[in-house]
Design a protein around this ligand. Structure first.
Ligand code: FE2
Ligand code: FE2
Length: 177
């Protein structure tokens, strides 16, 4: 498998979650209420899977190694854009958590903000994924030898291996607070 393999497989699961959110949004807009626990699950998925596990491998391994290469102006521009989009995703998720907390505490008016953040995520992720799958990953592959690509793949597996421990150490830390 090429190093981009696991990243593209992860994209497919993120897309499935985006569809779930889309379906939920259609219902939420009809009934004008949302289950805050559903939003918690979305947030957990985005934070732990899409951000920590997936963007983590992109930024800490793929983009790090690309930074050591003589990237074309265009490829560097796209990479910077992708990093900015990850930041945007984090900000949107933070806003979603805050709106969901207000909503859960009885602030019915926060529903609009919860919906707005979910819409933003649903709108943003498919474009981001398409840019990586169709444009950036193929361009990035050209900078690496087969050995370098396989070394990244090995590092991806190691990164994932640690993730379950990181996730539950975060859970315990948050409960200790
Ligand atoms: Fe990304
Ligand atoms: Fe990605």
């Amino acid at each position: 498998m090429q190093a981009r393999g696991p990243l593209m497989i992860e994209h497919r699961l993120i897309e499935r979650m985006i569809s779930v959110i889309q379906d939920m949004l259609a219902r939420v807009e009809k009934v004008q209420s949302i289950d805050p626990l559903f939003v918690d699950k979305v947030v957990d998925f985005i934070r732990i899977y899409a951000d920590l596990t997936h963007h983590g491998k992109e930024e800490d391994i793929l983009f790090r190694d690309l930074n050591g290469k003589d990237l074309s102006d265009e490829d560097r521009r796209v990479m910077n854009e992708l990093v900015e989009e990850h930041v945007f995703g984090r900000k949107t998720t933070k806003a979603l958590v805050e709106a969901n907390t207000r909503y859960r505490n009885g602030g019915a008016s926060a529903l609009g903000e919860v919906i707005g953040c979910l819409r933003t995520l649903v709108d943003f992720y498919p474009k981001h994924i398409k840019k990586e799958d169709k444009i950036f990953f193929p361009a990035a592959r050209a900078y690496f030898s087969e050995a370098e690509d396989q070394a990244m793949l090995a590092e991806f597996w190691e990164f994932d291996r640690k993730m379950i421990h990181e996730k539950y150490s975060l859970v315990v830390s948050s409960l200790e607070r």
